[in-house]
Design a protein around this ligand. Structure first.
Ligand SMILES: C[S@@+](CC[C@H](N)C(=O)[O-])C[C@H]1O[C@@H](n2cnc3c(N)ncnc32)[C@H](O)[C@@H]1O
Length: 284
């Protein structure tokens, strides 16, 4: 006999969406572009690291200072890989006037928001996996605003910890080959040194189980990824200490022990010389 009762229960009718990187981060810094599971995950991370929201906001402030610094130095092309939801002031407006800006993310909802809210002349958003960096740089929409022979700043805020060492090394190697002389890399990375080991382990476990694998690195491990990149002053430091607008920010942040501030830096990308111009040892 056929069972004519309605199948399933009310509570499994609507599948619960898994928490996602961009949305959990958005919930952490106090944005509004996230759902219940993202909010719950962010709350769990805050329980482990109560200073996580400050660390996220200090990261955004670092990115703005770095973009302003490079814009003041004459760079006007920017590619933001793993851009995340737009947070005001948007980075393309920090780099004005006349800046060309390409936002890149693999999260389609993030890209919708970026397209809707970051719409200046010379600003585009493309949906890509940044690990396929050649496909990103060859995308016709990006090529319409980012010219290969012009020095470019590539921004990678809070994204390397979602990548393996091999993926970061490959990406930097391709940037060295493809970008014009004078190009720069702006990056920030989740760290594990200087924090209680058991807290780091708990945060990695909860994030890996509910969102995605995450690799937190020591300062030394991050420095080792920077082959072919020349850090500009002040080098690899915590986000708040990178050319702060207010020197008191450093004192306040240092006193705020246990806050999982990210490591951050800005580096000049040293191009790989072309054949015949002189080969680096690794190319021979
Ligand atoms: C933690 S958020 C950081 C947002 C912003 N960059 C910042 O620092 O404020 C990481 C972002 O990187 C994106 N992302 C992570 N891995 C990616 C990949 N392989 N390709 C493209 N986007 C990626 C996520 O979708 C998310 O929007």
């Amino acid at each position: 006999m056929t069972d004519t009762r309605p199948q399933g229960r009310a509570d499994d009718a609507a599948p619960v969406q898994p928490a996602r990187q961009a949305e959990v981060y958005n919930a952490l810094y106090g944005g509004k572009d996230h759902l219940g599971p993202d909010h719950d995950l962010a709350a769990e991370i805050r329980r482990i690291f109560p200073g996580a929201p400050q660390a996220a906001r200090a990261n955004q402030e670092f990115l703005r200072r770095a973009v302003r610094h490079l814009a003041d130095a004459g760079i006007y092309q920017f590619v933001d890989l793993g851009a995340g939801y737009p947070a005001e002031p948007h980075l393309d407006t920090v780099a004005e006037p006349g800046a060309r800006f390409a936002y890149v993310d693999r999260n389609p909802t993030v890209c919708c928001h970026l397209r809707a809210l970051c719409r200046g002349d010379g600003v585009v958003t493309i949906e890509h996996d940044l690990r396929d960096i050649d496909a990103v740089l060859d995308d016709p929409e990006l090529r319409a605003v980012i010219k290969p022979r012009v020095p470019t700043a590539v921004i990678m805020g809070a994204v390397w910890h979602f990548m393996t060492d091999a993926e970061v090394t490959h990406l930097i190697g391709r940037l060295r080959k493809r970008l014009a002389h004078g190009s720069h890399l702006v990056f920030s990375v989740g760290r594990r040194d200087g924090l209680l080991e058991e807290k780091v382990a708990a945060a990695v476990k909860v994030y890996t189980e509910h969102v995605s694998p995450v690799v937190l690195r020591t300062r030394q491990e991050i420095l080792q990824l920077l082959t072919g990149c020349a850090l500009i002053s002040p080098g690899l430091v915590k986000t708040y200490a990178w050319r702060p607008d207010d020197p008191d920010d450093i004192t306040r942040a240092v006193n705020d022990d246990g806050t999982p501030h990210l490591y951050a830096g800005v580096a000049r990308i040293v191009p790989v010389p072309r054949l015949g111009v002189g080969l680096l040892p690794e190319e021979r």
